[in-house]
Design a binder for this molecule. Structure first.
Ligand SMILES: NC(=O)c1ccc[n+]([C@@H]2O[C@H](COP(=O)([O-])OP(=O)(O)OC[C@H]3O[C@@H](n4cnc5c(N)ncnc54)[C@H](O)[C@@H]3O)[C@@H](O)[C@H]2O)c1
Length: 252
């Protein structure tokens, strides 16, 4: 398939989990993909695996200078950007906590990566999309914890994801006139390093599976199809929406 043939994409958090699977799917669909992550070794290895379709962009999304340099590299290579998918995030399991117990440093670290990092990547990615004048698609990654459920004990993570989902709607409103669509993906519980501390505990895992109507936890590949759809022209009339890919937890 080549639903993204000719498109230039950047995927943040491409070094692991859901971002890695999305980046590989974009490459398989014909896009040129910048693999953005602070884990330089991981994106270097993925770029080797994906061949000419991809290249590493070792970047810390909390640093505007680092993010600006990454998008400058995309500008130098391609002169434009069609798709930006932001997945880079942290969930500080064991440190994130109810508000009265939460260390300010944990709050600030989480917000810096998960919310400020998304803002900075959107800021510099949108500038490149606007320069090219050909529209584009931005895909941000929310979470059920940012809406109505599952967030107990994770004040910083949940607030960061609520912020991302609000930012997604605002961006959609601001950039529609430029033909730039901005949508969100809301995954359920997906087996990645982010959730390993939870899913490796048998009792917690059983509870998560029991709460998922489709009867299993998700894999990163389960999220790749919706990302390809949102990146492609097949979703050309969708903007400002959140797409729940969660095994049904939002309707249980
Ligand atoms: N796994 C789930 O169950 C789940 C559920 C809902 C939402 N999400 C969201 O999905 C997205 C991907 O999560 P995942 O489970 O694949 O996580 P993951 O831990 O497997 O991958 C996250 C990636 O982000 C990168 N990263 C972290 N801090 C960074 C920084 N400062 N700069 C650049 N890169 C940085 C990491 O190096 C890593 O490669 C996240 O936004 C997460 O909040 C995940």
């Amino acid at each position: 398939m080549s639903r993204l043939a000719g498109k230039v994409a950047v995927v943040t958090g491409a070094g692991s989990g859901i971002g890695r699977a999305a980046a590989a799917a974009f490459a398989a669909e014909g896009a040129k993909v910048g693999l953005l992550d602070r884990n330089a070794a991981a994106v270097e290895a993925l770029s080797v695996a994906l061949g000419e379709a991809a290249y590493p962009l070792p970047t810390d999304v909390t640093s505007e200078a680092s993010v600006a340099a990454a998008f400058e590299e995309v500008r130098r290579r391609h002169g434009r950007l069609d798709v930006l998918a932001t997945y880079a995030a942290v969930q500080l399991v064991g440190e994130d906590a109810p508000a009265d117990e939460l260390e300010l440093a944990v709050w600030e670290r989480t917000l810096a990566v998960n919310l400020t990092g998304v803002f900075l990547c959107c800021k510099h990615g949108l500038r490149l999309m606007l320069e090219s004048g050909a529209g584009g698609s931005v895909i941000n990654c929310g979470s059920p914890t940012g809406e109505t459920m599952c967030g107990a004990g994770f004040s910083a993570y949940s607030a960061s994801k609520a912020g991302v989902m609000g930012l997604t709607r605002t961006l959609a409103a601001d950039y529609a006139k430029h033909g730039i669509r901005v949508n969100g993906i809301v995954p359920g519980t997906i087996e990645t390093p982010l959730t390993a501390a939870l899913t490796s505990d048998p009792a917690a895992r059983a509870a998560l599976v029991a709460g998922t109507p489709l009867g299993r936890l998700g894999t990163p590949d389960d999220l790749a199809g919706v990302a390809v759809f949102l990146a492609s022209d097949g979703s050309r009339f969708a903007t400002g929406a959140h797409f729940h890919v969660d095994g049904g937890i939002s309707v249980r």
